[in-house]
Structure formats: structure tokens, C-alpha cells
Design a protein around this ligand. Structure first.
Ligand code: ATP
Length: 320
């Protein structure tokens, strides 16, 4: 392998720049040429590819988002698109591509590997919803951003003795909601993996807490459940307690990455290049049981995970 490409795909996540920077600088350290591919698979198909040097990733480690930009590319899901992408890689002399993204992006990477291009995947998503790993780039920053925002909403909620429903991101997974629920001491946490739609239980909980003298009632609702505004109206009608919904939205995805995201992303970026240098191809980098590991891409895509039952249980006990 002489030339590697690097791209970010799917949703952007803080820390992706640290990973790109590590791929570029570790690649150059190992005498490889490194090509930056813009806008994920879409940019690959459009040949938006430029050579990167050590200075092209200067001043990026502290920046949120992704300097390579990202996109979703339906064209690449077709075999024709994948063949075309591989041809472009051959034409540009790219032997291997480091893909920073989620499960969807890994499926794209696997498809590219079937066309003869070596790939390595790095987990990049704020949602933590990649089965093979306990860490994904951006989750730490996103939960810290959400936690701080929820603390602020809580001040107003307590002052006005309101019930607040705060909706956090996470797509169909409840990891951000669960972590914020614990970190912010929420009275109720609604996770797509757990919530059965029983709003009466929440209403009973609000009334019981009010009787106990609690000044506020914070409900963290996950994006995968949604309908926070509708829920707020129904809760207010049933309890007579003023209830407001706050949807945190994209502010959770942006911002300067935390130290953890910078260090983990840097390590994973370097590991991706190390694997390629060792000839270990079509692997996904993951973090499990306190160690960085790598798995075969097929194996990684077959894995499934769920939120921790124990974490969920303690979140309920601590909210009493
Ligand atoms: P996030 O969870 O942050 O959204 P993701 O990587 O799961 O990240 P997706 O939108 O699912 O995001 O996938 C990104 C891109 O990967 C898609 O736009 C598409 O180009 C490619 N991709 C997804 N699934 C496949 C597939 N089955 N085959 C080939 N390419 C795919």
C-alpha cells in the first residue's frame, strides 16, 4: 500500500478532525501518500479528492464537524456506483480508504472492499450505536454538550416549578438519553429500547413527585421516541402542571471536541494507518473492555448491542 484515502461519511461528529489529522500525519510518517476525499462517498464519485500534507490538518484538532465534510450518497448503494468508485480509486492510485462513520458507512466500505479496494473503518457518530464498540467518536462531546444544556433548562424548570421534557439526539438508540438521564438526575428517561408508550405512568410519577415536594420534573426523551411537544401538552392537560418541551437538536452535534474525543480519535486514526501498514485490511477499529481492538468488517457488521440493563436500572433507582 502506497497511497491511502480518508473520508468521513454519515452524520458529522466532533473529534472526526482529530481522526483525519492522525490518519494524515501517521500516513506521512510511514511514507504513504494521503488523499483527502471530500463529502464521503458522494465526493469519491465526484472525484473531489486532494492530496493532504502535514500542514493541511493544522489547526483542526480543536474544531468540531469535519474538515472533509460529509454526505449521504444513495448512488453509492448501487453496484454500479461502487464499481465506479473503485475505478476512481484505481485511477487516482488510491490502494486503501480509511472510512470514518457509522454502520451505514461500513456497509459502503465493505462494498468497496468487494471491488478490490482495501478499507479500514473508524467509529464516528455521536449516537454510540455501533455494535462492535463501546466508544464512538463524538459521543463524549455530545453528551457533555447536552448535559450542560439540560442543567440550564433545569434552573428555569425549578424556578417556575415546571415539568420539562428535554429531547436529545441519538437516532433510534437511547445512549445519549440514558447518559444524560443519569448525569442530569432526570426523574424520567424515555428510551426507544424501553419505552412502551405508557404516558400514564409518567403522569402518575409527576403527581407523586409533586406531592413529595419536588420542585421540578425533568423528563429526558430520546429522538427515537420524539413527539416531545405533543407529550408536553398531554402531560399538562392531565396534571395541571405547566409543562414545556425543549428539543436540543443539532447543537449537540457541533462544538469543540472534549479531551477524550480528541485522544481516542487520534489513537484510532493512527491505528487505522498502522493496520494498513501491517497489511491488515478490511478491519474495523473498536474499543472494548478498556482496549483498542480491530475486527473483520463482516464480523463487526453482524454484531448487535443494547443499552446496559444495569445502567438503566440504576438510573431508575437514583431518580427516586
Ligand atoms: P450515522 O449513524 O452518523 O448517520 P452512518 O454511517 O450509519 O452514520 P448512513 O447514512 O447510514 O450513515 O450511511 C452513510 C453512507 O454510506 C450512505 O449515504 C451510503 O452512501 C453508504 N451506505 C450506507 N449503506 C450502504 C450499503 N448497504 N451499501 C453501500 N453503501 C452504503
Amino acid at each position: 500500500i502506497k497511497t491511502i484515502g480518508v473520508l468521513t461519511s454519515g452524520g458529522d461528529a466532533p473529534g472526526m478532525n482529530a481522526a483525519i489529522r492522525a490518519v494524515v500525519r501517521t500516513g506521512i510518517y510511514n511514507n504513504l501518500r494521503v488523499m483527502g476525499i471530500k463529502r464521503g462517498y458522494a465526493g469519491l464519485l465526484q472525484k473531489e479528492i486532494m492530496e493532504m500534507d502535514v500542514t493541511s490538518v493544522g489547526e483542526t484538532i480543536q474544531r468540531g464537524g469535519t474538515i472533509l465534510q460529509t454526505a449521504r450518497c444513495p448512488e453509492f448503494v448501487t453496484l454500479e456506483g461502487q464499481k465506479q468508485a473503485a475505478e476512481i480509486c484505481h485511477e487516482m492510485g488510491i490502494d486503501a480508504v480509511v472510512v470514518i462513520g457509522g454502520d451505514g458507512s461500513y456497509k459502503g466500505a465493505r462494498a468497496l472492499s468487494h471491488q478490490g479496494i482495501a478499507v479500514v473503518g473508524i467509529p464516528g457518530t455521536i449516537d454510540l450505536d455501533i455494535a462492535c464498540t463501546e466508544y464512538t467518536i463524538g459521543f463524549d462531546t455530545a453528551v457533555n454538550t447536552a448535559m450542560e444544556a439540560i442543567d440550564k433548562v433545569r434552573d428555569t424548570s425549578s424556578s417556575h416549578e415546571r415539568c420539562s421534557i428535554i429531547e436529545v439526539m441519538g437516532r433510534n438508540a437511547g445512549y445519549i438519553a440514558l447518559w444524560c438521564g443519569i448525569a442530569n438526575g432526570a426523574e424520567d428517561i424515555l428510551l426507544p429500547e424501553k419505552f412502551d408508550g405508557d404516558e400514564q405512568r409518567i403522569i402518575d410519577n409527576i403527581i407523586a413527585n409533586r406531592k413529595k415536594g419536588k420542585q421540578h420534573h425533568i423528563i429526558i426523551n430520546a429522538e427515537g421516541i420524539g413527539d416531545s411537544n405533543g407529550m408536553a401538552k398531554r402531560i399538562e392537560a392531565a396534571t395541571g402542571i405547566e409543562t414545556r418541551a425543549t428539543i436540543l437538536g443539532y447543537m449537540q452535534r457541533g462544538g469543540s471536541p472534549t479531551c477524550k474525543d480528541r485522544v481516542f480519535a487520534s489513537t484510532m486514526g493512527a491505528l487505522a494507518v498502522d493496520l494498513l501498514v501491517q497489511g491488515k485490511i478490511n478491519r474495523i477499529i473498536a474499543y472494548k473492555d478498556g482496549e483498542y481492538i480491530n475486527l473483520d468488517i463482516d464480523e463487526a457488521l453482524e454484531m448487535q448491542k443494547n443499552i446496559s440493563e444495569y445502567q438503566y436500572k440504576i438510573s431508575r433507582i437514583l431518580a427516586k
